[in-house]
Design a protein around this ligand. Structure first.
Ligand code: V47
Length: 363
């Protein structure tokens, strides 16, 4: 198996870019240790050291009402469902301020349903109120899908929506909504979602306006290895153009309470999670950070992933709803001390960062 990797290793060593075929070769391999070793080599070759980043953050969701019926989602509700909610800006801000009293997080991460019953002002209002109440806190709000949804609601461009939100206090965009870009898969898992061109246009526009963003890939459902590689290469091409992606986060599909659970789909395995991290790091030579999202893979696997190309474990999180709704068992909050312990026991140096990867503290 190592022989199969020889040409790829040579490319990594000489800084040559990997191509589609290399990506598929890596995906098709079951030689996990070789994949991990290669990914760690690539990470170090491109300037990575022993630092592993995390952030003290708070997750908030303003509304779970969603017009799109994505088949992978267990979070979205229709307005009429009993457990549907839409919080006002005042409710959300009061909640965030109360939470800040006992944990001084530096970021709020907020992802929502595409609620057809509210307007752009609803979204801008919450940013303004949060910025006024917590001026030091970075607001990482609204996926590209939500931004596109707002532009459709208002009949205006992505740029106009982003301008309003930036003026209201928006700091960066989370990476959700990407799912898998391949048309075949998107039609199967998210037929009501915007075309990938729209997702890219939002990120392209944001980067050109100086708003950094994150990017994701949802794996472990009906996609092929080729479609995963195609997705990664599209992200890499965008980054070549605008350079505004701060980090990539592979998201493992959680089937509970989704259409796929009834069809017998299972959770991803540790081997696939590690392979996904490693191949992402190898192909995404221009995105500086790859997150091993502990909410998704659990702390023990996230710790191992640090030797497979990951250099970030996301954050304290505190309240997560999207993965919990779909069967995550990793809990919703991680204390700083625990993050530090896991990183140190992996032989790496824990660094608390802000959203833009400025160092705040190291252990
Ligand atoms: O787009 C939804 C995913 C995304 C499921 O930017 C699911 O740092 C697995 O944007 N199983 C939204 N995944 C979350 C998101 C995010 C998450 C973590 C980090 C960042 C970041 C952004 O969550 C959706 C979809 O791809 N998702 N349901 C599910 N059942």
């Amino acid at each position: 198996m190592l022989e199969t990797f020889a040409p790829i290793r040579e490319k990594i060593a000489t800084g040559e870019r990997l191509d589609f075929e290399d990506g598929v070769t890596l995906m098709e391999s079951d030689d996990l240790l070789a994949l991990g070793e290669l990914a760690d080599l690539a990470r170090r070759q491109r300037g990575g050291g022993d630092e592993v980043f995390f952030i003290q953050n708070l997750y908030l969701n303003q509304t779970n009402v969603c017009r799109v019926k994505c088949k992978f989602c267990a979070f979205a509700k229709t307005q009429k469902q009993e457990d549907a909610y839409t919080l006002t800006a005042d409710e959300l801000a009061a909640d965030a301020v109360a939470m800040y009293e006992h944990t001084k997080f530096t970021e709020i991460h907020c992802v929502n349903g595409e609620n057809p019953h509210v307007d752009l002002e609803f979204y801008a209002d919450v940013l303004r109120k949060l910025k006024a109440a917590l001026p030091e806190v970075h607001l990482k709000f609204y996926t590209a899908s939500e931004i596109h949804h707002m532009s459709k609601l208002e009949g205006c461009s992505h740029e106009e929506v982003l301008r309003v939100l930036k003026d209201a206090g928006l700091g960066s965009l989370p990476g959700g909504g990407a799912e898998i870009f391949a048309d075949r898969v998107r039609k199967l898992i998210a037929p009501g979602k915007e075309h990938p061109d729209e997702w890219f246009d939002v990120h392209d526009t944001a980067h050109r306006m100086g708003i950094p963003t994150h990017c994701t890939l949802l794996y472990g459902h009906v996609e092929t290895y080729e479609e995963r590689v195609d997705h990664l290469l599209r992200l890499r091409a965008q980054q070549d153009e605008t350079g505004g992606f701060l980090a990539f986060i592979p998201l493992a599909f959680h089937p509970e309470n989704t259409v796929f659970e009834r069809r017998g789909f299972k959770f991803t395995t540790g081997a696939d999670d590690l392979k996904m991290i490693a191949v992402s790091r190898l192909l995404l030579d221009n995105i500086p950070n790859v997150k091993a999202y502990w909410i998704m893979m659990g702390m023990p696997m996230a710790q191992v992933a640090l030797h497979f190309g990951a250099n970030d474990v996301q954050g304290t999180v505190v309240r997560e709803q999207i993965f919990q709704a779909a069967g995550a068992t990793s809990g919703t909050e991680q204390k700083v001390g625990e993050l530090v312990r896991f990183v140190q026991e992996a032989g790496r140096t824990p660094v608390q960062r802000d959203t833009l990867y400025n160092e705040l503290r190291r252990w």
